[in-house]
Structure formats: C-alpha cells, structure tokens
Ligand binder design. Structure first.
Ligand code: SF4
Length: 385
C-alpha cells in the first residue's frame, strides 16, 4: 500500500503497564503483579482492532510504560506487526522502545532490534549508586553502563538515555559527573528531567514527613542552566526544555508531536489520545482494561473537548517548551486570531523582562524565561480572547 505523506503525521503510543518495582517518585500507571501479562497483550491487540475512527497516517510508534522491556521480544514483535497491519504507517517510521537497564540482556536487545524497533531509550536516571538508591531504582551504575554498551552492540543507531537531576544532596559537581559519564557513550539523545514530587507518591509523603528536604529552586535552576550550557558545548541541540539531541534528525520525532499540537493515538491502560481537538484517555486498571476489551468495548475512561481558549493556552504552553517556540503565522492560521495583537501587553511585558524573544514569526523563551515557563503561561492565560 502506498502511503501519502501528510505534513504532520500522527503518532501511535502503546502503554505497557508493568514494572519490576515501583519507583517512589513515579506517577505513571504501572503494576508489579505480572500475572495478567499474557491477557494484557491479547487485549492490547484486540483494542487496536476495535479502533473505529479513520486512523490518521502515522510516522511514529512509541512503546512506553511502565517497563516495556519486561515483555518478550516475541510479544513486542506481535504488537508492532499489528500496528502495521491495522494502521497507515509511513515508509520510514521512528519506532521507539523504553527499557530499564535491569530488564534487558544482549539477547533481548537483539530480539527487540529484529522486531523493527529503530530507537531505544534507556532509563539510566543516574550514574551514582547513591542517587539510584534514593530514587528506588533496581539497577546499579555498572548495569546502566552495561545496558548502553549492549544496546550499541545490538545495532541501535538511535540511542537515548534519561537522567534525573535535582536530587537532594546533589551538587553541581556531582551532576556534572553524571553528564560527563553520559558523554563517554555519545548518546544520540539525552532527556534530563528535574525530580518532581507528585502528590500521593511515596517520595512526596516522605518529603512532607520531613525525611529529607527537596533541592532549593535556585539550585535546581542553576543545574538546569549548567545542563544546557554543558550539553550545548558538547554539540547537542537543546531542542525542548528537558531534551537534547546530537543532530536534528535525532530529536524524538514522537515526543515532538506532544509539543506541537499534533494528533496521537494511545493504546493500553491509562494511555491518552488526542485528535486535534478532543483528548481522551483509557481506564488505568489493567484488570478493568482487559475486562472492557474482552467484552468488545473500548477502554476509554473519559473524553474532553478542549474549548478554543483552553486549546490556545495549551498550544502556547507546549509551543514555548520548544527551542524554536511558537510559529506565529501557523498559530494565527490555526486558531484564527492575531497572536501579536491579542497578547500585545503580555508580549511587551515579557520582552521588557527579557523572558521571551520575538523574531520575525517566532516567539520563544530566553534561557531565563525557560525557568519561569509556568508563570509565563499564566500571564498569557490572563488575556481575554
Ligand atoms: S521503572 Fe519507570 S515506569 Fe516503572 S515505576 Fe520506575 S519510573 Fe515508573
């Protein structure tokens, strides 16, 4: 079948809801009881076949979680094959799998590679054993390094690693050591996330109970600037607040869709979908998910149609996360408003404070502005339009 290339192809996300252990800071949906793994894979394949809308052409498949690498490559292969059979996929899709260093081996990585996966993202988080212990990770620094080498040997030419900073007790020196260790492996992509304390997570409760103090904002801010300067000096493109790539073609094509208001379809428990106007998400519980799908129903828990105002503010928030910011003429065309006119006072205030830059048709944050993204978006939201 010949697939017509569209200007903004959609993405397909698959959520694998199993983890070996639950990390205390994590608020993604996953469970450590793997007894329903087989039934889950069956239900996932069925869910895709129950998809009734006309699917948009997609150029990315992202297998995330949870920990997708707890599944066998045979299962992953079947999932990818089903996506290709049921959906319109462009000839050169980016197919990503997230893996946890403790759940892979040279053999399993070769197996994943044979399924057609061409991008791997390894959840390293830190190269310090003390930090890994604080984060409740099940792997050690040596295992993280081994995982990266194995992935390279398995032939993955698009390799990303995730790191976390802002860990209590971390210093500029110790964080720099993590970044320098990462550089030894020359990853194609690095995501550096700040440790956040999501309500209801165990780490949040520990922090609230006074077991430790979170890193002060000023220090987390200076680690952010250090990260950006260091990785840019190493030749990486800081293309989104938390994301760096070695070249333009090594940006995460899939995640860029989330920041660019492009549709995506999500399958699996708790997976979110967006069709350009409406957001929907699946039930979280694996049991309920399987029950719904087995009875021939979709597993959608809720749908939400964005009002024009919500959509505009969300597009500003997401657009400003990207290095290139918001393309004003595209924005005006899409939302039928005059961005510069509607947000005139906010723009002039933010420019005066040197928080945003407006050049030609692009509106983007300065480095200083990047640290204040949420407050900046709140200022845009105060306007009437
Ligand atoms: S391995 Fe990842 S998805 Fe699983 S609990 Fe830890 S952070 Fe969450």
């Amino acid at each position: 079948m010949t697939i017509a290339i569209e200007p903004n192809p959609a993405g397909i996300y698959i959520h694998i809801p199993f983890c070996v252990n639950k990390c205390p800071y994590c608020d993604f949906y996953s469970i450590t009881d793997h007894s329903l793994k087989k039934e889950f894979v069956k239900a996932l394949l069925l869910e895709m076949s129950l998809y009734k809308s006309v699917p948009p052409v997609s150029d990315t498949i992202y297998i995330g979680g949870g920990t997708p690498s707890v599944l066998k490559s045979k299962d992953i292969g079947q999932i990818i094959e089903t996506v290709f059979n049921l959906f319109k996929i462009t000839p050169d899709p980016e197919i990503t799998i997230e893996v946890n260093p403790k759940t892979i081996s040279p053999g399993s990585l070769k197996g994943f590679k044979q399924t057609g996966i061409n991008r791997i993202n390894i959840g390293v988080q830190s190269f310090s054993d003390d930090n890994l212990k604080f984060l409740g990770r099940i792997h050690s620094s040596i295992e993280a390094k081994e995982a990266i080498s194995w992935a390279k040997n398995a032939g993955f030419e698009n390799l990303g690693i995730d790191l976390i900073y802002g860990i209590p007790g971390q210093t500029e020196k110790s964080w720099l050591l993590d970044l320098k260790t990462a550089m030894q492996f020359e990853p194609d992509h690095i995501s550096c996330y700040t440790l956040t304390y999501e309500p209801k997570t165990p780490i949040y409760n520990h922090m609230k109970s006074g077991f430790f103090s979170p890193m002060p904002d000023y220090l987390a801010g200076s680690l952010f600037e250090l990260t950006s300067d260091f990785l840019e000096n190493c030749g990486y493109i800081h293309y989104e607040i938390s994301n760096f790539s070695r070249s333009i073609d090594k940006k995460s094509r899939h995640n860029t869709k989330y920041w660019s208001d492009v549709p995506y379809i999500g399958f699996g428990p708790s997976a979110h979908s967006f069709d350009g106007r409406q957001r929907s998400w699946n039930v979280r519980s694996v049991k309920d998910y399987i029950k719904n799908i087995e009875s021939g129903l979709l597993a959608t828990e809720e749908k939400e149609v964005l009002s024009k105002e919500q959509h505009i503010i969300e597009a500003i928030l997401l657009g400003l996360r990207k290095k290139e910011g918001i393309n004003i003429s595209n924005f005006n065309m899409k939302f039928e408003i005059n961005f510069k006119e509607v947000f005139k006072e906010t723009i002039s205030d933010l420019r005066e404070k040197k928080l945003i830059i407006l050049i030609n048709e692009q509106c983007r944050l300065t480095k200083k502005g990047t640290l204040l993204l949420d407050s900046i978006c709140a200022m845009f939201a105060l306007n009437e339009f």
